[in-house]
Design a protein around this ligand. Sequence first.
Ligand code: ZN
Length: 137
Amino acid sequence: MFKHALQVMAVAQSVGAIIVIEWPRACKYWHHDRVKRAMLNFGLEMYDFDGCMYGIKSVIPKTLNMPIKKPLRLATNSQIIGKAFSTRCCGHQHHAVCEGKDTTQTEGYSAEFANVFHKAWKAQGRAMFKTQAATAA
Ligand SMILES: [Zn+2]
């Protein structure tokens, strides 16, 4: 599967597109040689963040709306997107344990996560447009 991701990243790099990988921080993939090589080849930097700072909350009745820490990591060639996803836990007193129904629902993205990503994507697009406009002038 990563073989196909590498093919997509190669095409993305060839056209100057933005590449973003997001996996849990503890994911073993981060330590694979193929992933490490891809990080170097595609100029990807790692950014660590905690899901609790991006609206990831429990949906289980006994811990409803309690933040779930969910340590995550991005690898991207966009400093703008990377910086947008660099916020670590502010020190919440309690986090819900990510289990059961919460595990399933945290496989998706919260509205807050999507909003942060969209704002960063927009800023990245503007920065790329400015660069292209300056180059063309
Ligand atoms: Zn937290």
